[in-house]
Design a protein around this ligand. Structure first.
Ligand code: MG
Length: 200
């Protein structure tokens, strides 16, 4: 039977943090390579003032920057093989809805025109997302059922608590190394080949 699979966008499908590392270097001369990004909160990881953090986020969410993110190796191949075998893939991102067009374009340009894309306010980054909208309301999200989830951010694990059967593939990233996984239904995965093996 087809499974329903939640897939996060940034740092699961594409190499967002690597781009932010480049941007922080270009804008502020901060030299924090990907491997040294210890916190999901990039303001902490790059040691930025509130103003500079806002500049960083605005730069990283420009359409031309969003569409340029590199694909995480194997992501689109695995998603397409899942869809071909009857699974349903829901990309659920914490990006603001203003990023819809560029996000959709990135998916389409990477052979992922068949995946559904939803915007959920995962992180409440209100200073930057002040007037932004999300097209998936929390109450509607909680009505959705998933069998598997692929996520890199420990801050998003709270969105899985209502699904005790869910198997969560934690995409291994420097900022989740220190996080204790919340349950034995969580599995740390270093790449898409391993994720594919674990999703049956
Ligand atoms: Mg992510």
């Amino acid at each position: 039977m087809g499974k329903r699979i939640y897939v996060d966008f940034d740092d699961c499908l594409c190499e967002t943090a690597r781009s932010f590392s480049d941007i922080a270097k270009r804008l502020f001369g901060k030299d924090v390579p990907y491997e040294k990004i210890r916190f999901f909160n990039l303001q902490e990881s790059f040691e930025l003032s509130d103003d500079d953090y806002e500049k960083l986020m605005l730069e990283g969410h420009k359409p031309e920057v969003l569409v340029s993110y590199d694909e995480t190796p194997g992501a689109s191949r695995v998603l397409n093989e899942w869809i071909d075998s009857g699974h349903e893939v829901f990309v659920i991102t914490g990006r603001p809805y203003i990023a819809f067009e560029a996000s959709r374009r990135w998916l389409d340009e990477h052979g992922l025109s068949r995946v559904k894309l939803f915007f959920l306010n995962k992180y409440g980054r209100d200073f930057f997302y002040k007037n932004s909208e999300f097209n998936l309301e929390l109450e509607d999200y909680y009505k959705m059922k998933f069998d598997y989830a692929i996520e890199d951010s420990p801050m998003a694990f709270r969105f899985f608590g209502h699904l005790p059967e869910l198997r969560v593939m934690v995409y291994d990233r420097p900022w989740n190394h220190e996080c204790e996984l919340p349950g034995d239904n969580y599995f740390r995965c270093t790449d898409w080949d391993l994720i594919q093996k674990k999703v049956k």
